[in-house]
Structure formats: structure tokens, C-alpha cells
Design a protein around this ligand. Sequence first.
Ligand code: PEP
Length: 256
Amino acid sequence: QVKRTPLIAGNWKMNFDHLQAIAFVQKLAWSLKDAQHNYAEAEIAVFPPFTDLRSVQTLLAADKLAVALGAQDVSPHEAGAYTGDISAAMLARLDTRYVIVGHSERRGGHGESDELIGLKASAASAAGMVPVICVGETAADLEEHGAAAIPLRQLRAALGKLPEGAEFVVAYEPVWAIGSGDPATPAQAEEVALAIRELLRTERGDAVADTTRVLYGGSVSSQNVASYLKQPNVDGALVGGASLKVDEFSRIAQFQ
Ligand code: PEP
């Protein structure tokens, strides 16, 4: 089996101003250092709000911290008259490595379509970043279609816009598990992660299927993270609420 480096990703959502962000990342770095975290075992990324990116970038660069920077969204457009949008080129200039696209809070709260999410993934990739494509079913979807059908539809649509050869990460996040304290079981997460990998194999071939990381997200904590990472097709976690507490996120990053 191909070894995939696990990715532990902290999605801060709309929390922390830039001063709080700096304090958080400094504490995180100390905590990981104290714990003698082995960065070869897992990659760690934080996804601050746009207004924090520059401050966090400067801190990471100055202290040579092995934490990657991610953004929570990106415009599908290159530049121009798109008030309020942030372009992929702007993010790439700040050493942003990852960009979340299609988080359920944007699909649901902002009416983002599968197609738009594919265009955002493609824009991120064209600027040299790695889109983290979020997919997941609502509780109603689960009841009506089972767990995998909707995530697979969402992923197929995004891949339709993403050129061959683009690196990407998939995050399986059942909407009913996000922020609910009611996570999917490891077996449920594995079942959908496996279905995602099979789709990748059909759509993109063995190399992409074997090397692409599939994360689980939805009420992940230091108590349950290891149970997901033990699954053969789960290669990391996208963490919301628990990524806002330094000690907790640090423990999650040391899931082994
Ligand atoms: C998320 O928003 O991506 C998420 C997984 O949130 P939480 O960990 O709080 O469920």
C-alpha cells in the first residue's frame, strides 16, 4: 500500500483576529515542540480567516515553523470587478498552500453549486495551491440516498472542472456531524472514504487514487482522532471547533 502523509487541518472559520491568530500559532508551535512532534509523521495546516493570513505567514516564515497555511475559500475569478472576492493569486502570494472549497457552510449558507466549487478548485490549482474539496451529505440526504451518493456526486462535479494532473485533497464531512458533537463512526467514515477512493481510481487512475489524501471531518477531537486515522482510507482530519483550542489541536496533531 502507498504511504500517504496524514494531513491534520484546522479550519478556524470566522474566529480569531490577526493578533489572536499570532498568539495561537506561537502557542501551537511551542506545544508541538514540547511534545517533540514528528513532522514527518503528519502535516499540520491552519486555515485562518483572510485577514489573518499575512500575519500568520510572516510568523511561520520568521520562525521556520513546519505548519502549512490554508485559506477557507477563494474566488473562481482571476481578477477584476468582483467586490469582496479574494483571488487565488493573492492567496498564493502569501505562501498559502491549501484552499478549502465547498465547505458545507458555503454550500448551504451561500448557495454554492457543485459547478462553482469545481471552478474554485480549478482556480486554486492554477495558482499552484492544493484545493481541499469538501463533500458530504446532510441528515436528510443520508436518510434518502445513503451516505456515499451525495459526496460522490459533489466530487465528480468538482473533478469535472479540475484539470488532470492537479493535486488535491478530498475532505469527507457529513453535514450532520459538523459542529454537532455527533461524529460519524470510524466505520462510516471509512466506507465513504473507500467509495471516494474508488471514484478517484475510475476518474483519474491508480496513481491519483493511491496518492490523494482523503480526510474525515465532523466533530473530530483528541479522543476520537486516532480511530479515524487507523482506517486504511482515511488520511487525516479536517477539524473545526477543536482546532480553536491550542492544547486540543496539538493533541489531535499527535494522534499516533
Ligand atoms: C468543519 O467545519 O469543517 C468541521 C469539521 O467542524 P467541527 O470539527 O467543529 O465539527
